[in-house]
Design a protein around this ligand. Structure first.
Ligand code: HEM
Length: 434
């Protein structure tokens, strides 16, 4: 234990912007005290150890996901006080339909979670993923066409955001004529603010309304008029017990894919490109040996994963990492901290291109809720890097926007959930098509 009062203790990780630019020293500071430790401002138990994070992720009997994305910060309708030494599973169920985002997959617990998750998995078949990847190669080229001749771009607006929206649109079979509408609606919403997890704790439901309405209409239409397309496949998908979901159930799953897959993938892409632009030596190695790219992406996810952490709610009095936890306690599983636990990753703060266990990171969570979009996010990043390498030489940071090497200016999303740049301006030399 560290008996000294540290400067970090004065700052509330969830409410202040003290750790926005660099949360890692704070995570290390917590882990040095204990891989499981209660932070003093909100009373939230911070899980920063790798093994302890896995233990919590893998135990839905002791830990509920009911407020996994918001924690207590969008309001907690469950009257938790006075039940610290009881099993509160029943209490959670009584108030579940009042909790934020209760109708969405990330907040569900078994058995409802298992049924809805299997509906989602039926949409992401290996065949669909393969077809989707073929689409990504074509799409990456089209996106690059739109800015290549300028020799510079703001990567998120010019590439990553439209790319991420259109990849999920293709995966779910959104008709080509509707894709502009998706791009407009979803990107506009995203730029309006960070939504959940912002230090303001605001919740933004509007992109979901667009997605719910549009997908419900698709499903209803394809049930009436089967067309042999991907949406017809979605319309026919059933729960594992054979029952037919309501159109809104399918629409929610589709909306989850957009909501969860957008911001996250955009941040991964931006970090991967920031890194190769800052490190010409690594850029050159990747350009020369493209087989190194997948592990490079894993190491990006390990060192700078886009999701700083997820919440769980203790359903019963329990113990993790030697720390007693009362029922009704919120835990924050800090993926970004677990990924830098020296008990799992040697020299954890160091970026090692060839790190052999890089892929064991927890950037995609673990257990029943582990990110089903992981293969997409990985493929999107591998494809984007490859295509940008094909079409350019010498990708570098724009000094005009970010300042000279050694005195860079980067700004990060002011949220406690997401880790990532707000924008990234690059310059490059276009390569003539061969
Ligand atoms: C680098 C990109 C991504 C990261 C870092 C990421 C991270 C995560 C994490 C940590 C979770 C677990 C949350 C929890 O346990 O509470 C999760 C769940 C989820 N992700 Fe991702 N994600 C990414 C991309 C995507 C993509 C591309 C999609 C879909 C197209 C997607 C869809 C989902 C969905 C639907 C869930 C909820 C799963 C469930 O609750 O069973 N994600 N993601």
């Amino acid at each position: 234990m560290n008996d000294n009062v540290h400067e970090f203790d004065a700052h509330d990780f969830f409410r202040s912007d003290r750790f926005v630019n660099d949360p890692y020293p704070y995570f290390d500071y917590l882990r040095e005290q204990s891989p499981v430790v209660r932070e003093p401002h909100q009373g939230i138990v911070m899980v920063t150890g790798y093994a302890e994070a896995l233990e919590v992720y893998n135990d839905p009997v002791r830990f509920s996901s009911c407020m996994s994305t918001t924690g207590p910060f969008a309001g907690c309708p469950i009257p938790l006080e006075g039940h610290e030494s009881e099993d509160i599973s029943g209490l959670i169920e009584t108030y579940r339909d009042k909790t934020p985002f209760h109708d969405q997959l990330p907040t569900m617990d078994p058995p409802a979670h298992s049924a809805h998750r299997s509906l989602l998995m039926s949409l992401i078949t290996p065949r669909r993923l393969k077809e989707n990847e073929a689409f990504m190669w074509r799409l990456a080229d089209q996106q690059i066409d739109s800015f290549i001749s300028k020799g510079e771009c703001e990567l998120m607006g010019a590439f990553a955001q439209p790319f991420a929206v259109l990849v999920v649109s293709d995966l779910l079979g959104v008709p080509a004529e509707d894709r502009i509408k998706f791009r407009r609606n979803l990107i506009r919403q995203e730029q309006e603010g960070p939504g959940v997890g912002g230090v303001s704790g605001q919740v933004d439901h509007s992109p979901l309304t667009f997605l719910y309405d549009t997908f419900s209409a698709y499903i209803e239409d394809r049930r009436r008029n089967p067309a042999g397309d991907i949406l017809t496949g979605l319309a026919k998908a059933t729960f594992p017990d054979g029952s037919v979901p309501e159109p809104i159930d399918v629409a929610r799953i589709a909306a989850n894919m957009f909501a969860a897959g957008q911001e996250t993938t955009v941040r991964l892409l931006s970090y991967a490109f920031q890194f190769i632009a800052e490190r010409p030596d690594i850029q050159l190695r990747l350009r020369e040996d493209r087989t190194l790219i997948p592990n490079f992406v894993e190491e990006c996810l390990r060192t700078e994963g886009p999701v700083k952490g997820d919440f769980r709610l203790a359903k019963q009095p329990t113990r993790v990492g030697g720390v007693d936890i009362a029922a009704g306690t919120f835990l924050f599983i800090a993926n970004g901290a677990a990924n830098r636990d020296a008990r799992k990753f040697e020299n954890p703060a160091e970026f090692q291109l060839g790190r052999s266990n890089a892929r064991l990171h927890l950037a995609f969570g673990a257990g029943r809720h582990a990110c089903p979009g992981a293969p997409l996010a990985r493929a999107e990043t591998v494809v984007s890097l490859n295509r940008m390498f094909d079409r350019t030489s010498n990708i570098r940071i724009s000094e005009k926007v970010h300042g000279p090497a050694g005195a860079r200016r980067y700004s990060y999303l002011p949220t406690f959930i997401l880790r990532g740049l707000t924008h990234i301006n690059l310059e490059f030399d276009p390569v003539a098509a061969g």
